[in-house]
Design a binder for this molecule. Structure first.
Ligand SMILES: Cc1cc2nc3c(=O)[nH]c(=O)nc-3n(C[C@H](O)[C@H](O)[C@H](O)COP(=O)(O)O)c2cc1C
Length: 312
């Protein structure tokens, strides 16, 4: 894969970013991706500041390659977390789920490269105004929190490409060399991958969660919870309750009561497959095994070359 604005911006070999993921992307996953030539991100969304501090320390021991931290901006102790990130000498921050306006200048002042995740051209333009260094445009197929408008990656990337001149990373439904090449053809300069890395050996998700995800079939995940934060979930008994409530016009508070406390921790980290929140992307149904990151990265990179030959 050739050098481009994304590899140059982060100082990495391949323009492949492992998305920050609650309960999956601790130092083991992020360092494995960075050591394999991509960009690993610690997922601060599910970490107390003390846990993030520990992960940052372990990360510094585990890799001498570039890496970063993902911060969902709805994080309850956001000011404390940002201070910790700056004081710890983190060089790259990916922000999501909020406006990049408030924190980008502060992070830039500390010499940090800032990338923000968007799901529409409108928000991509806002990122340009806020002065971020690059954007991730994430389509409706993606795991985790998602865009309200349900715009697919195939539809989103060419439009965001036209809307802004910022370095552009595509996300949502990408888990093969073919999909990476397709994203590049549509106008992206790199990819952010979540689901595929959540289902590797180094991911901190429970084995039960990983096995449930690789046994999914097409149509087994659905976007729901739009009144709280649109989230893609595997159908299980918790999903059935959410769906029934939503069909009956439930409010955001009703939905919060159904989810209960720490639903994503229960589902992803503790492996409560039936009544926990199982966040994963549509592409899970194409993944058939839990493998080490080094093997997955090699297959992605080789796959891009094979895909190029296919269309020549
Ligand atoms: C289990 C899971 C948890 C996620 N948590 C976060 C998060 O905390 N912050 C964030 O910005 N994105 C989160 N995401 C989204 C990913 O970073 C990435 O953008 C997305 O998974 C890409 O789409 P894909 O799943 O089709 O590869 C999560 C995704 C998954 C599957």
């Amino acid at each position: 894969m050739e050098k481009n604005r994304i590899t140059e911006l982060f100082g990495i070999k391949y323009p492949i970013v492992q998305g920050g993921m609650v309960w999956c992307s601790g130092w083991r996953l992020a360092s494995a991706v960075s050591n394999a030539g991509g960009l690993g991100l610690l997922g601060a969304g599910s970490m107390h500041p003390e846990t993030l501090e520990e992960n940052i320390a372990k990360m510094k021991e585990a890799t001498d390659k570039p890496w970063g931290v993902n911060v969902p901006l709805m994080y309850p102790e956001i000011d404390r977390l940002m201070k910790l990130i700056i004081d710890s000498g983190v060089k790259i921050v990916f922000t999501s789920a909020g406006s990049p306006k408030k924190f980008t200048p502060m992070l830039h002042e500390a010499g940090i490269t800032v990338v923000h995740v968007v799901s529409s051209s409108k928000f991509a333009r806002k990122c340009e105004e806020a002065g971020v260094d690059a954007i991730v445009a994430e389509g409706f197929e993606a795991g985790g929190h998602n865009g309200r408008e349900e715009t697919t990656t195939m539809t989103l990337i060419p439009q965001v490409r036209r809307a802004t001149s910022l370095p552009l990373i595509a996300a949502g439904g990408i888990a093969s060399g073919e999909a990476i090449l397709a994203s590049m053809v549509l106008g992206a300069e790199g990819v952010q991958i979540g689901t595929l890395f959540a289902l590797t050996e180094e991911s901190s998700a429970s084995e039960a969660f990983k096995q449930r995800c690789i046994s999914t079939e097409e149509g087994d995940t659905m976007l729901c919870l739009k009144k709280i934060a649109p989230t893609r979930l595997i159908k299980n008994s918790l999903y059935d309750k959410v769906k029934e409530a939503e069909d009956g016009g439930a409010s955001a508070d009703d939905l919060r009561a159904i989810l209960g406390k720490a639903a994503s921790k229960r589902g992803i980290f503790e492996g409560d497959i039936d009544s926990g929140e199982l966040e994963i992307g549509q592409i899970a149904s194409a993944i058939k095994a839990v493998r080490p990151v080094a093997e997955v990265m090699k297959e992605l990179v080789d796959g891009v070359e094979r895909a190029k030959e296919k269309i020549m």
